[in-house]
Design a protein around this ligand. Structure first.
Ligand code: SF4
Length: 371
């Protein structure tokens, strides 16, 4: 139960995005981005809260204009989560949101223009201890690199990223993280693998414009999964053409699958077949939607019959194995009680909630003892 991940993470230097450490031995943080109009302060605050409730550690907000910068200042005052401002080209917006309390600036130094402007942003970031994120994207590569490589490639992404890195190096500024995104998995994975060998700054990983909820989840899971398995990635964003809350949920599921972080219930469920003794899919759907509020890590197995039920149940906190006339519940790997088909999901929910409360109590007393 809750085996440690065998993944050996790349050693990166740590930066702080507000109160959240990124890189080093910090847990891999999950971020998402608002898609409301930033100038609509109440809608944006509301969306940030939903994103945070889903489990995001950091939230990014687009700041495309000075008007949006002023709105950003109001938003900043109403939420606690660290906020990244996404800025393209206009250095004055970066300076303004820095004064208004931003926790990280996503801006590419090579796109700001004259050196004096870049220096102004770097000086401000240094003074206020604000990290930058360099974000290179295959869709917006510099023209000369497009010409040199003929089309976006992983080498072109790395060369573009290193131009920005060199600008910051020349100003003696190393408080930054980096992303090299492409919607093509091969290109993105290759680019991250290459840059991971060149620099030791933390890496924000993601497959950009991955697609809708299902296709984008699959694409992101393959791309980010490959990188995370290599130990690459200090903070993740799953880009989906869907509600940002879904991005956070998918991010958590990825990290949970790789045992890189734990939160809430890790369900193990069989796909069901004619041997099932209860409706596995219905039970699973009911439990998944009703138990989203549980944050304590718990392994739960929902298995339709004795073919795999007892084996899986031995490895989890709570296991349900289908049987006739009754289904059998295992707690901590041992047979505990029988449950009939009536109100199966409800009774199981109550048992899971009780186990979660017991575990959270145990975790709290462990924390008290160690402090
Ligand atoms: S565990 Fe049983 S019910 Fe579930 S898929 Fe396997 S054989 Fe079918």
């Amino acid at each position: 139960m809750h085996m440690k991940s065998p993944i050996k993470r790349r050693v990166s230097r740590q930066i702080m995005v507000g109160t959240v450490p990124v890189g080093g031995d910090a847990p891999i943080s999950i971020q998402s981005m608002t898609n409301t109009e930033t100038t609509d302060v109440s809608a944006t605050v509301q969306q940030i809260q939903s994103i945070v409730n889903a489990g995001a550690d950091i939230v990014r907000v687009s700041v495309p204009s000075m008007e949006a910068a002023e709105a950003f200042g109001k938003i900043r005052k109403q939420v606690e989560v660290p906020l990244i401002a996404d800025i393209h080209f206009d250095y004055r917006i970066a300076l303004r949101v820095a004064d208004l309390g931003v926790d990280c600036l996503r801006i590419n130094p090579g796109n700001i223009g004259r050196e004096k402007r870049v220096q102004a942003v770097v000086d401000k970031a240094r003074d206020l201890n604000i990290p930058l994120r360099i974000g290179v994207n295959a869709g917006s590569l510099e023209k000369d690199l497009q010409k040199k490589y003929g089309e976006p490639t992983s080498d072109a992404l790395v060369e573009s990223a290193m131009r920005h890195v060199e600008i910051l190096d020349s100003m003696n500024f190393d408080n930054f993280k980096l992303s090299l995104k492409a919607s093509d998995i091969f290109m993105a994975v290759d680019a991250y693998r290459k840059i991971a060998k060149i620099i030791d700054n933390p890496l924000h990983i993601g497959i950009t414009e991955a697609g809708g909820l299902r296709g984008g989840t699959v694409k992101s899971s393959i791309g980010l999964g490959l990188l995370l398995m290599d130990g690459i990635g200090d903070t993740i964003r799953v880009s989906l053409a869907a509600d940002p809350v879904e991005e956070v949920k998918v991010g958590w599921d990825m990290l949970k699958s790789l045992k890189l972080r734990s939160k809430g219930i890790n369900f193990i469920a069989c796909p069901s077949c004619s041997r099932q003794n209860f409706d596995v899919i219905h039970t699973m759907n009911v439990l998944e939607s009703r138990l989203e509020d549980i944050t304590v890590p718990l392994d739960v197995a929902i298995i339709g019959c004795v073919v795999n039920g007892p084996g899986e149940a031995k490895e989890v906190d709570i296991g349900l194995t289908g049987g006739t006339p009754n289904n059998l519940i295992y707690i901590d790997g041992k047979p505990s009680q029988k449950l009939s088909q009536n109100n199966l999901a409800e009774e199981l929910e109550a048992l899971i909630r009780a186990k979660a409360a017991e575990k959270s109590h145990q975790l709290e007393s462990l924390i008290v003892k160690s402090s």
